[in-house]
Design a protein. Structure first.
Length: 318
């Protein structure tokens, strides 16, 4: 505990610097190929850039799901919704598309590997972005509900937009937003879910193997099951985890935010290592204290590690 106390001030300074750098890095490198935005202005010298731009088509589209196994979305402003519907096609649409010039409509492309790419607009060089004010657009990608498990990899990245994923199953799910909240509900079995925001909360309900969450200004909430591992970091926001069953490893760190994890009474044993500066630790399970910073319940089979600076730590019974 004394080590954490001696380094708390230094860590706060470091995290503050990291937040500033992270915002810059995400704004420059949020999209896969040299695209960067700040508000309504693109400061990347390549403008709006992505590979194979000449192969993209514009506007709303209906696609057969037979040759699509991955989804990759890059969006600037508005909102992104990924869900299911009763039809037999994958629907990629944006609201009020008819009111946009062709170059401002969504652009899509399916490569030979079965990845459906959806971009916010047409490619633009740096000079054409000067004075261009990108519209706020609401994107919807709907997958046939009887084929909701066809997606192996789902990636969605946004600058100033909320991302909402509902009733979709994918082996891996990666969600990123600079300014916007991330919500994933009723997600089926997956291997890994990651979510990252700079300014916005994360709320996920899912069954998965591994979880990686990170936010610099926003709360994190997970409700469901993660069998293998939970990693979560928050600089200014609380972290709440509600688990239906056991998990092998948990590692949660916060600065200026509390940590709460709720477990079922038949969760098995765990060993919780907890360190806090200006915060308390409370556990509703009967534990044995091996030292000031470690509590063991039952056989101690699961490995929990919690660290906070200005925040409490609570392990609750569901």
């Amino acid at each position: 505990m004394h080590i954490l106390k001696n380094t708390a001030v230094a860590r706060i300074i470091i995290y503050s610097v990291v937040v500033i750098l992270l915002i810059g890095v995400l704004l420059v490198g949020l999209f896969t190929d040299k695209i960067g935005f700040f508000g309504n202005f693109s400061f990347d010298f390549s403008g709006i850039s992505y590979k194979n731009a000449d192969l993209y088509k514009s506007g709303n589209v209906e696609l057969s799901p037979d040759k699509i196994s991955n989804l990759n979305i890059n969006w600037i402003s508005g909102s992104v919704k990924i869900s299911t519907h009763a039809g037999d096609k994958i629907l990629v649409t944006e609201a009020n598309s008819e009111s946009f010039e062709d170059e401002n409509k969504l652009h899509y492309y399916v490569n030979d590997s079965g990845t459906l790419y959806v971009q916010f607009a047409a490619l633009r060089n740096f000079f054409s972005t000067i004075g261009w004010k990108e519209p706020s657009k609401n994107l919807s990608v709907l997958i046939p509900e009887n084929r909701s498990d066809i997606i192996k990899s789902l990636k969605a990245k946004a600058v100033s937009a909320d991302i909402w994923v509902d009733k979709v199953t994918a082996q891996t799910i990666e969600l990123e937003a600079v300014s916007g909240k991330i919500t994933a509900e009723s997600i089926g079995e997956s291997d890994r879910i990651s979510a990252q925001t700079v300014s916005g909360g994360i709320n996920v309900n899912a069954r998965t193997g591994k979880i990686d969450f990170e936010t610099t200004s926003g709360d994190i909430r997970f409700d469901g099951q993660a069998t293998d591992r939970i990693n979560s970091e928050s600089v200014s926001g609380k972290v709440e985890i509600y688990l239906a069953d056991t998990v092998d490893k948990v590692n949660i760190e916060t600065i200026s935010g509390s940590i709460s994890i709720a477990l079922s009474e038949n969760c098995g044993g765990f060993k919780a290592r907890h360190e806090s500066v200006s915060g308390s630790f409370r556990c509703e399970f009967p534990t044995t204290e091996t030292d000031d910073d470690e509590s063991v319940y039952s056989d101690g089979s699961a490995d929990f590690r919690f660290e906070t600076v200005s925040g409490s730590i609570t392990i609750k019974k569901k």
